[in-house]
Design a protein around this ligand. Structure first.
Ligand SMILES: NC(=O)C1=CN([C@@H]2O[C@H](COP(=O)(O)OP(=O)(O)OC[C@H]3O[C@@H](n4cnc5c(N)ncnc54)[C@H](OP(=O)(O)O)[C@@H]3O)[C@@H](O)[C@H]2O)C=CC1
Ligand SMILES: N[C@@H](CC=O)C(=O)O
Ligand code: NA
Length: 370
């Protein structure tokens, strides 16, 4: 079989785990001739200019000592990838909006895209339409377009988008989707406000720092705490359910960022100031406890009523949402076929390894279609 070229942009938490899973997949499937030709971070890159391929054994130390800047995006990168002598899969492991905005160009050039980056699918509806009109698994089925898959953009490696697509494609009607959609928010409230009520004296800000250290948060944790990460995931689910939500800010979102910290100039400045507001979150927690409940950050999409909502709610301790552990997500699909008993997907919704699994799973979907 001819070579399958892979270009990897972003080598942070998810990127590193992805490369290690790809190396293992590639060695278990040598006949596929998986050939990495680009591994880049924001300032440096490893490039194989003659397309012979990069070694995945020492890539981390090679990249750490590299001085070559990444090819300019999109023009130089597009030129390099579109002149490869075989199929190319671009893996975007960043959360960069500018990279996501170029997906239509790459797809139109026949380059396949797999990514956990939500930005392309949850920003303006025009970008969404641009991506799906260029993609082979969109409106460009008979053209030269590349395939695009983004399972890890919602619920990390959990089969959320594949489940939803299959429900829709087989003719079921989605009525409502609801649950916990953020690994960070799940971890925060499961550890700050556990069912037992006793969290060992941890403040909310301390839990946020821990979520960041565990690799659950977005590169800037304010993107989780302001509710936008969950709003983006619901935007993606809404669009796949047939609701053309114009943008992720076109419905109510409850932010957990104290108004005094809205002007913080960096994530570091924000995290430094956050402990001053621990009392506010502790009050919400104790108010809920007084009525035998716990607080959890949830979202819901009511397709029939065209309503999307994102925010904090109180849940009875016996409910499945209150009983989640760690970074677990729980996503309930209420559909015509499933009736009153929803189809439920549950499990870790953040973390490098489970997210990388979703990205590699998408790469395998592309490979199977080549
Ligand atoms: N972490 C998780 O649990 C989950 C993450 N995701 C998504 O996965 C993506 C990656 O997350 P994560 O790995 O945690 O984030 P990190 O911050 O750990 O990594 C991001 C990587 O992207 C690189 N990068 C950023 N901009 C550019 C650019 N313009 N060109 C090249 N490289 C760039 C960074 O470079 P540098 O190293 O130089 O800073 C870094 O290597 C995000 O879109 C996130 O939403 C989705 C589901 C779960
Ligand atoms: N920051 C996100 C990562 C996955 O999308 C989360 O916590 O869920
Ligand atoms: Na997923």
């Amino acid at each position: 079989m001819s070579k399958i070229y892979v270009a990897i942009i972003g080598a942070g938490g998810v990127g590193k785990a992805f490369i290690s899973q790809l190396a293992s997949y590639s060695s278990r499937n040598p006949s596929l001739n998986i050939t990495p030709i680009l591994i880049s971070r924001s300032k440096t890159a490893l490039i194989s200019p003659d397309y012979s391929g990069l070694s995945l054994s020492n890539w981390a130390s090679d990249l750490a000592s590299a001085t070559t800047p990444p090819p300019a995006f999109p023009t130089e990168t597009l030129k390099f990838l579109s002149t490869a002598p075989g199929p190319v899969i671009l893996v975007d492991n960043t959360s960069d909006e500018a990279i996501a905005s170029s997906y239509p160009q790459f797809l139109s050039a026949g380059i396949h895209i797999v990514t956990p980056n939500k930005k392309g699918f949850s920003s303006s509806i025009d970008l969404w339409n641009g991506i799906y009109s260029a993609a082979k698994n969109g409106d460009n089925a008979n053209g030269k377009g590349g395939f695009v898959f983004h399972e890890a953009s919602v619920g990390a490696g959990l089969p959320v988008l594949s489940t939803l697509k299959e429900l829709v494609e087989t003719g079921d009607k989605i009525r409502k989707i609801e649950g916990v959609f953020s690994g960070t928010m799940s971890f925060l409230f499961n550890s700050f406000a556990p069912l037992s009520g006793d969290n060992g004296g941890k403040g909310f800000a301390e839990c946020v720092v821990q979520a960041k250290e565990l690799g659950y948060t977005e590169p800037d944790p304010r993107d989780d705490l302001n509710g936008l990460d969950v709003a983006r995931k619901l935007t993606i689910l809404a669009r796949l359910s047939g609701l053309a939500v114009p943008s992720p800010t076109s419905f109510p979102i409850q932010s957990l960022i104290p108004s005094e910290l809205e002007t913080a100039k960096s994530a570091e400045e924000f995290l430094e100031g956050l402990p001053r507001f621990d009392g506010e979150m502790t009050k919400k927690k104790t108010d809920a406890e007084a009525s035998g409940s716990v607080i959890r950050y949830v979202g819901s999409l009511n397709v029939e009523r065209k309503e999307v909502k994102v925010g904090l709610e109180s849940f009875a301790k016996s409910s499945s949402i209150a009983g989640l552990q760690g970074s677990d997500n729980i996503i309930s699909f209420y559909t015509e076929r499933y009736g009153a008993n929803p189809l439920i997907v549950q499990g870790a919704g953040a973390g490098a390894e489970v997210t990388a699994m979703g990205v590699l799973g998408d790469l395998i979907k592309v490979v199977q279609r080549l």
